[in-house]
Ligand binder design. Structure first.
Ligand code: HEM
Length: 277
């Protein structure tokens, strides 16, 4: 498979209307597993008018979610000691009206692992997780159930990776850098979603070729005055529709954990028996 790493070229291909995603359609007349059906029904693996229609419905759902309220809920979870990996799904699921909030992060983790390619380490567990999530979504219409679950699945790995990288000791140790600057440096230098794929016409005579596009590769046009392009949220008509939601949630988690850590260190330094340690 062809790998494209240069950011200008990756951005050009992502913005090109003729670039298509590999589809996850279910062949007519066949019965598909819940995971296969789910991938065929989300926006992520379909092209053309159907992609536009599903994406418009996702954007309407996202419009109903207030990033500031998501941030407040994420901060409250972080202060209460909820595992950082579980927080993005917990707050989005709550805001979208899901039931069974306590079990959702682990179900989403299972589905998210199989989501990019459809290959699951344990297909039965993945199918059961998809079914449980669709039931918990709180929507009556099956198409609406799928899109609500898609939002959780898309959010999970990308947002938790962004949070974990921003909190990594090498980046945040003793750093006075504002949380937003930490997040921006991860997005620019260490893209949480490393690659995506497209079918690109014209590379092969008369046909399409599957290419892997790196979102964190070199940007040869970057200079001291012109920082590297940020492609972490993708680019073009299929770019992530939720960067503001993602950044609000991630910033709230990272900021709360950094502040709590700094307060704990201050308390330890000023406690009466600090010298004895
Ligand atoms: C609240 C959190 C998030 C939600 C709800 C969300 C949702 C989505 C959805 C629905 C799509 C598919 C769009 C479509 O098919 O047209 C998408 C695409 C994408 N998301 Fe997000 N996302 C979130 C967080 C993130 C984060 C933190 C990153 C990375 C830093 C990210 C990176 C991407 C990328 C790169 C794509 C495009 C993939 C491609 O072009 O092939 N997302 N996101």
């Amino acid at each position: 498979m062809i790998e494209i790493i240069e950011r200008a070229e990756v951005e050009r291909i992502l913005s090109e209307p003729s670039s298509r995603v590999p589809e996850a359609a279910v062949a007519a007349g066949t019965t598909a597993s819940p995971m296969t059906r789910f991938r065929a029904d989300v926006s992520r693996f379909v092209n053309g008018a159907e992609h536009e229609a599903r994406r418009a419905r996702l954007e309407a759902l996202l419009d109903g979610l207030d990033p500031a309220a998501l941030a407040a809920a994420a901060a409250a979870h972080a202060r209460a000691g909820t595992c950082a990996r579980d927080i993005p799904v917990a707050v989005l699921a709550d805001a979208l009206g899901f039931a069974r909030a306590d079990v959702l992060p682990s179900l989403v983790e299972v589905v998210a692992a199989a989501y990019p390619t459809g290959a699951a380490a344990d297909p039965e567990t993945a199918d059961a997780a998809v079914t449980a999530l669709l039931e918990a979504s709180g929507a009556a219409d099956p198409a609406e159930q799928v899109l609500r679950v898609q939002l959780l699945v898309q959010a999970h790995a990308a947002t938790t990776t962004l949070v974990e990288r921003a909190l990594a000791p090498a980046r945040s140790r003793g750093a006075d850098a504002p949380t937003r600057a930490l997040l921006e440096s991860v997005l620019r230098d260490d893209s949480p979603v490393p690659v995506t794929r497209r079918l690109v016409p014209g590379l092969l005579e008369g046909g399409e070729m599957l290419v892997t596009l790196h979102l964190g590769g070199p940007d040869r046009e970057a200079t001291a005055e012109r920082p590297a392009r940020v492609l972490a949220f993708g680019a073009g008509p299929r770019a992530c529709p939720a960067p503001h939601h993602a950044l609000a949630i991630a910033a709230a988690i990272v900021e709360t954990i950094r502040t709590d850590g700094a307060e704990r260190r201050r308390d330890e330094e000023t406690s009466p028996d600090a010298d004895a340690r």
